[in-house]
Design a protein around this ligand. Structure first.
Ligand code: AMP
Ligand code: MG
Length: 487
């Protein structure tokens, strides 16, 4: 193990220092044949990392965690979590490591974290590894979400390890290097609470405030303000997901961030034909995390967050419950407001339009799209064209022409702003069939389709000639699309 990699980087160890009870010092396993598959150069630049240096052999070893910069202290993080409703007191980084913290060009502290870096004391019988397909999926979908303006962790790189990973079959292995505002989860607080150590819980809350919600430090009750801030961040985040048709698929409390970033792209998918009950994950048999349930799932997760925070909200437990309940009661209104504001933009509605009118237009449209099985992304973009006078493009998507005409008449009477619509309604999202196609080729060794798709979805709003295939809905195979965590 070399002490200093080619990219001489300073990695902070504040998490390990401030919360040693939640950090197990650990090292990544050495991949037999590391090979860089994809490097996020814009993100590298943001982090002050030299892409050339990262591409060098030592740079690649840095990206898989085996060349550790001097002073860095990689750790596996401890956390608990409710998985599909059941509490698991000890999850933690079973195949991941926090390498340390970087300060980006904007002065923000960012975590550099690895996934697939080998077993840790939290592996619970798992192999600690990750496969190329799911790691490339996280890179692709995360970058698409970022380009859509949705808070998310981001992939810096995916490195193939040369080590096969045993799943249903043998798959090529990979390590993902991921950057996040932070990796504090609701599950991190659940873990701290379960230790019974209120001092640890308080330090954790104070780290979360300093790192993610500094305004809370100024409040009369900083820990109550922290809870309010996380409720708001999650309400806003899930509203953003809903507006683009993103289905996370595994909204367990260990995948729910305190920062309000989207975390862990496993069995995620984008809805194509509008279906409020869309559910893709093969693991989520009951549809707990289906499209329409996401706001309720987030609210449920925040209730678990409140339970973990109770000792900090008030010395008296009954009063703490009252405080938490009141704060959590704000989730719905915050979510509805974020969704309504987003939907107004998607429909190009004028400011000052009555909420009830805007709400009815949105609900009626979604009902129409759902009944007619219309593709969500295509529909909103076609409505942008309609706002410019080309109504046929949208009209042709709908079977119920009379229904569409009646709706369009009400909407067009409000003179929707087409430019505003095109700034928020993507032409290109990582459509399920395109993602599958690109990943299948990439796993087979041909990254051309993956690179092309990455290029397309990272410029989602500008329609480009020649990319019609990427804007079109997938073939209707008659078979529901299924994703798996592919862990
Ligand atoms: P996820 O559903 O990917 O968010 O992971 C849930 C938990 O399972 C986390 O504690 C992971 O670290 C752990 N885990 C997932 N896959 C593996 C694996 N292959 N080996 C060890 N732990 C894993
Ligand atoms: Mg996870």
């Amino acid at each position: 193990m070399t002490a200093v990699p080619a990219p001489t980087v300073t990695l902070g160890d504040s998490f390990a220092r401030e919360l040693p009870e939640l950090a197990v010092p650990w090292r990544a396993v050495e991949p037999p044949e590391p090979r860089l598959l994809v490097l996020n150069e814009p993100l590298a630049a943001e982090l002050g990392l030299d892409p050339e240096a990262l591409r060098s052999p030592d740079g690649v070893r840095f990206l898989v965690g085996t060349a550790v910069p001097e002073g860095a202290r990689p750790v596996a993080q401890a956390y608990a979590g409710h998985q599909f409703g059941s509490f698991v007191p000890r999850l933690g980084d079973g195949r991941a490591l926090l390498l340390g913290e970087l300060t980006d060009a904007g002065g923000r502290v960012r975590d550099l974290h690895l996934k697939g870096s080998g077993p840790t004391p939290f592996s619970r019988g798992g192999d600690g590894l990750a496969a190329v397909g799911p790691m490339l999926r996280e890179h692709l979908v995360g970058e698409a979400m970022h380009a859509l303006g949705i808070p998310t962790t981001r992939s810096l790189a995916v490195v193939a390890t040369g080590r096969p990973v045993r799943r249903e079959t043998l798959l090529p292995g990979a390590v993902l290097a991921r950057v996040a505002a932070g990796h504090l989860r609701v599950g991190t607080f659940q873990y701290a609470r379960a230790t019974g150590d209120v001092d640890l819980l308080r330090r954790l809350a104070d780290v979360a405030i300093a790192r993610h919600h500094p305004a809370a430090a100024e409040a009369d009750h900083p820990h109550r303000a922290l809870f309010d801030a996380v409720v708001a961040a999650q309400a806003d985040l899930v509203a953003r997901w809903m507006l683009v048709g993103f289905v996370h698929g595994v909204m367990n409390t260990d995948n729910t961030t305190v920062s309000g970033e989207t975390l862990d792209y496993g069995p995620c998918a984008f809805v194509d034909a509008v279906d409020l009950d869309a559910s893709y994950s093969s693991v989520d048999v009951g549809g707990r995390y289906r499209y329409r349930n996401q706001p309720a799932a987030a609210e449920w997760n925040l209730a678990r967050f409140a339970e973990a925070l109770l000792p900090l909200l008030d010395d008296d437990e009954d009063r703490a419950v009252v405080v938490a309940t009141e704060s959590l009661g704000g989730f719905r209104a915050r979510y509805e407001a974020a969704w309504a504001a987003g939907m107004r933009a998607k429909l190009g509605l004028p400011d000052g339009l009555d909420d009830a009118v805007a709400g009815a237009l949105a609900d009626d449209l979604l009902g129409l799209l759902q009944r007619n099985g219309v593709d969500l992304t295509s529909a909103f973009r076609a409505l942008g064209a309609a706002a410019r006078g080309d109504v046929d493009r949208a009209r042709h998507l709908v079977l119920d022409l009379a229904g569409f005409d009646a709706w369009a008449q009400r909407w067009l009477a409000l003179a929707p702003d087409a430019d505003r619509m095109d700034r928020v309604n993507p032409v290109y999202v990582p459509r399920n069939h395109l993602v599958e196609e690109a990943l299948t080729a990439a796993v087979g060794g041909d990254l051309a389709l993956f690179r092309q798709l990455l290029d397309v979805v990272t410029r989602p709003f500008d329609e480009r000639p020649g990319l019609e295939r990427y804007a079109a809905p997938g073939p209707d195979t008659g078979v529901p699309y299924r994703t798996s965590c592919g862990t």
